[in-house]
Design a protein around this ligand. Structure first.
Ligand code: AHM
Ligand code: MG
Length: 333
């Protein structure tokens, strides 16, 4: 089999679709290289002294794990000097990180969740990095938080790396979804799946069932119908999976279909769901739609939501489009 590297893929995509100019290619390559470094740290575990928690909390009041902070640092450092970015924002930082004056400023904005699935770090279960690329608004001089608040439909690229039995990078620049596997010996990303497609129908769902008593009626109804199996209204049996790493759950869905849900619930009305719009929901929605799936917040397409703050949370229903349509339909009734 002829091996196609990430670089070759990006160069050929530019020739074909004219959507990956050199600056964007550099950006994607630098992010991919950072993911390689993170993968290396993740793989060392206790031997690299990277497990466990710090005494700090992030802006959302969550305890930071060592690897959350290490991964954030790796991404910041790697992406500062290339001249392709104007600013970055991350789950682990309260506000944006403009490119320091000593480096040239580029036209892109990078948003990331450096280490997603933090609760799985110390137990050696798959975790990942999620990223989203936006263009800085025309005429922007000094980047501000406001410049990042663009609907997901304006993303120019999005992707994630999953650190599992294999380290893989899944990427879209708006022409389908492709998967690269890290060749650990060679240190290179090799194209291993082209044009990933999510089957429109599925018999598999993913949700944290322990929250079920708090769910709103449409989600209660939808999941109850799935659980009722072949003698219920859906007339088929459904299987359930919940990894508690969004990257790993989405990766399974990209490979064999399914629906992933993290709904808002009745506990805290000021907190619409757990997942963050800018660096979790939007990039995943872009990838899922590019693979023929759908992504809504129960009411509307996630990528149409106008963000009003950087760390905004959003309910998430994504995956096989027929199932996303059913649960979104129940919210409308
Ligand atoms: P994190 O970014 O702090 O790791 O939180 C996001 C993660 C998702 O990856 C996952 O889907 C979800 O939290 C799991 O939440 P729960 O522990 O409530 O099941
Ligand atoms: Mg996360």
């Amino acid at each position: 089999m002829k091996r196609i590297s990430l670089t070759q893929y990006l160069v050929e995509e530019q020739r074909l679709h004219n959507t990956i100019p050199a600056e964007l290619r550099l950006l994607i390559e630098v992010v991919a290289r950072s993911c390689k470094t993170i993968s290396h740290s993740v793989g060392k575990g206790a031997l690299g002294d990277v497990l466990g928690a710090l005494e700090t909390e992030n802006v959302q009041g969550e305890v930071q794990k060592k690897l959350d902070v290490i991964s954030n640092e790796i991404l910041l450092e790697a992406n500062e000097w290339g001249g392709h970015l104007a600013a970055m924002a991350s789950e682990e930082m309260e506000t944006i990180h403009p490119i320091p004056n000593r480096y040239p400023m580029g036209e892109y904005l990078l948003v990331f969740d450096p280490l997603d699935g933090s609760s799985n770090i110390d137990v050696n279960v798959s975790i990942g990095t999620i990223f989203s690329v936006l263009k800085a608004p025309e005429g922007m001089v000094t980047p501000s938080e406001q410049d990042f608040l663009q609907p997901g439909a304006q993303q120019v690229a999005a992707g994630y790396a999953v650190y599992g039995p294999q380290t893989q990078l899944v990427l879209t620049t708006g022409h389908g979804v492709n998967c690269f596997t890290l060749d650990r010996e060679m240190g290179s990303w090799v194209l291993t799946q082209r044009g990933m497609q999510i089957p429109p129908t599925t018999k598999e769902f993913a949700i944290n069932m322990s929250n079920s008593r708090h769910w709103h009626a449409p989600v209660q109804r939808y999941v109850n119908e799935l659980l009722a199996g072949d003698t219920g209204p859906r007339a088929k049996n459904f299987n359930m999976r919940w990894i508690a790493s969004m990257v790993a759950d989405v990766h399974r869905i990209l490979n064999r279909g399914g629906i992933f849900m993290y709904p808002a619930d009745m506990r805290d009305t000021s907190m619409p769901g757990k997942l963050r719009l800018m660096y979790e929901a939007n990039p995943m929605a872009f990838i899922v739609e590019q693979a023929g799936g759908a992504a809504t917040d129960g009411k509307q397409r996630i990528m149409d939501i106008q963000p009003h703050k950087l760390h905004q949370r959003v309910p998430v229903f994504l995956g096989s489009r027929d199932e996303v349509a059913v649960v979104t339909g129940y919210h409308a009734e």
